[in-house]
Design a binder for this molecule. Structure first.
Ligand SMILES: Cc1cc2nc3c(=O)[nH]c(=O)nc-3n(C[C@H](O)[C@H](O)[C@H](O)COP(=O)(O)OP(=O)(O)OC[C@H]3O[C@@H](n4cnc5c(N)ncnc54)[C@H](O)[C@@H]3O)c2cc1C
Length: 511
């Protein structure tokens, strides 16, 4: 009899686990409280306009390729991924830099905007490739015990982890101009952190962008979750939407199954939790079950920032726009301090805009655009009243688009609109509205991050952004693979281990 596994949550982490576990012969049931799958990686539609609710940057696509291969499939049969070139535009006050995927083009662009600094790109790529090679394998392993911190992989990575140094310290050293330094460190925002707080080892993120590219998925990155679900179902998994789990049932410190909201109890050999970590710890266990992750200890953790979102259906196109544009605040460092330290509503915000129709006409009717606008904000420990503040944020975001991007006349062309505030994220099961989960500071990483094999309850595993290795899509996919491999090891199910970094076949760079 195959072992029975319940997965709580159909976000990308839960669905990737479902796909891997079902393809290895486990009997998998996925329970999702929403009426659709995908979690923060779901699709949001406004009439004919189609948006990604959350993730829009796909990095380390090689990892996604490998997950499909592990199930005996080719990603191309499920997803059309295109490498973006240009990758994104960065608008600083008075300067604009177009990040190119080809290093030669990128060097030329750096020289154009920051004369005399182009050659530093080569030093960045050379040195950071060494760091990536050593650190990437550390993300592929679980750290469930202190002794796991003594592994040879981690030891050989130690000289590269830049302990005690921030991302800005580590990468800032390649470049002289402040804006260029930001162009290679703003990526800490993908983790909901500031480059001045984010540990230096995350130099891996800008490196992987420039070395391995950024991808779009036709139809939106939400198609990734759809594809995982499709494969999982082909392998026999069942996915129940509109089926919230009330509790993970436990006996003698081990999970025994789940209880649904209507009181029905279902037995399982193992439970995999994909629901947002803070939310799951606060709601899924009978009070008193957990000792390490209680309401008090959760409050004392460091949580990522949140995001204010505008999804806009627009009745015109902007042929000069790029797929991704980031507009930096006039005083970016202050803006980030407002978000993560002072926890106040900034008056000088940064804005990210994604205009998918430039590469993907399927996301809006002909002659129209679907614009995704994201403003980083404090998480809900700020106690900002978002009902009061949301019109200010809308105004500030549109003003910035008008003044510092090609979307000058956007306001007159909005025909459909939805706002999502940090309060909305929290209502949708995201603890404290911290959209990028628990922060990635040193005290919350590796062994110190919630473990993939949950340390408080046996027969229970965590997948998704709240566990190791972290909160972006590639790390979420790794968390799913780590948990699936641990379960296979437990039940002696043959499985393929992750490909060592040196043997990964990378796609040719975009021409
Ligand atoms: C605005 C935004 C932009 C982002 N941009 C990027 C990006 O560009 N690139 C990138 O790599 N990452 C990005 N991320 C981060 C990350 O990739 C996503 O947040 C990702 O969707 C998180 O996946 P997950 O599997 O951890 O959890 P989630 O997507 O949150 O899924 C968890 C699921 O569990 C369900 N659930 C909760 N409680 C229960 C319950 N009791 N019973 C049943 N189901 C339950 C939820 O409804 C949800 O569907 C972004 C995130 C956000 C929010």
């Amino acid at each position: 009899m195959p072992k029975k596994i319940a997965i709580v949550g159909a976000g990308p982490g839960g669905l990737a686990s479902a796909m891997l576990l079902a393809s290895r012969g486990f009997a998998v049931d996925v329970y999702e409280k929403a009426n659709r799958i995908g979690g923060r990686n779901a699709e949001l539609t406004l009439g004919p306009y189609r948006f990604d609710l959350g993730p829009t940057f796909l990095m380390m696509k090689f990892l996604l390729d490998e997950l499909f291969q592990e199930t005996g499939r080719a990603i191309e049969d499920y997803l059309t991924c295109i490498q973006l070139d240009p990758m994104y535009r960065l608008n600083f006050p008075g300067k604009s830099l177009l990040a190119r995927s080809d290093p030669n083009d990128m060097r030329v662009e750096i020289e154009r905007v920051f004369p005399g600094e182009g050659a530093a790109l080569d030093q960045f790529l050379k040195r950071e490739s060494e760091r990536f090679e050593k650190l990437y394998p550390c993300l592929q392993k679980p750290y469930g015990s202190l002794s796991s911190m003594l592994s040879a992989t981690l030891f050989s990575a130690v000289p590269h982890i830049a302990m005690g140094r921030s991302l800005f310290d580590v990468l800032g050293k390649y470049f002289r101009s402040e804006e260029l330094r930001l162009a290679f460190t703003f990526q800490s925002k993908y983790l909901g952190m500031s480059p001045w707080d984010c540990p230096g080892l995350f130099a891996m993120i800008p490196y992987t962008e420039h070395a391995h590219g950024i991808y779009h998925v036709q139809g939106g990155l939400c198609r990734i979750s759809d594809a995982f679900a499709e494969v999982a179902r082909e392998e026999g998994a069942r996915i129940f939407t509109s089926t919230p789990v009330h509790r993970v049932l436990t006996k003698n410190g081990a999970a025994t199954g789940i209880e649904l909201m209507d009181g029905e109890k279902r037995e399982y050999d193992e439970v995999v939790i994909n629901a947002d970590f803070g939310h799951a710890m606060s709601t899924l266990f009978e009070p008193g079950t957990l000792r390490k992750y209680t309401p008090d200890t959760l409050k004392r953790k460091r949580w990522s920032c949140s995001t204010f979102m505008l999804y806009l259906g627009v009745d015109k196109t902007y042929p000069d726009s790029d797929h991704h544009t980031i507009i930096f605040a006039n005083d970016y460092q202050r803006n980030l301090a407002d978000i993560s330290q002072r926890k106040i509503a900034s008056e000088d915000v940064s804005v990210y805009v994604r205009n998918s129709v430039v590469n993907d006409p399927s996301t809006a009717p002909e002659g129209h655009s679907a614009l995704y606008v994201l403003v980083p904000t404090p998480n809900n420990f700020s106690e900002i009243d978002w009902e009061m503040k949301k019109s200010d944020y809308r105004k500030m975001a549109l003003q910035l688009l008008k003044e510092r991007s090609v979307f000058h006349d956007i306001e007159e062309h909005i025909v459909a609109e939805q706002i999502v505030t940090p309060a909305d994220w929290e209502r949708n099961s995201v603890y404290a509205g911290a959209t990028f989960n628990m922060g990635h500071n040193w005290t919350q990483m590796l062994y110190l991050r919630p473990h993939n094999k949950f340390e408080e309850v046996d027969n229970c595993y965590l997948v998704g952004g709240g566990t190791h290795p972290g909160s972006g899509l590639p790390t979420i996919f790794e968390s799913a693979r780590i948990a699936a491999n641990m379960l296979c090891a437990k039940y002696r199910v043959p499985h393929r281990e992750a490909t060592p970094y040196g043997q990964i076949a990378f796609a040719e760079p975009a021409q």
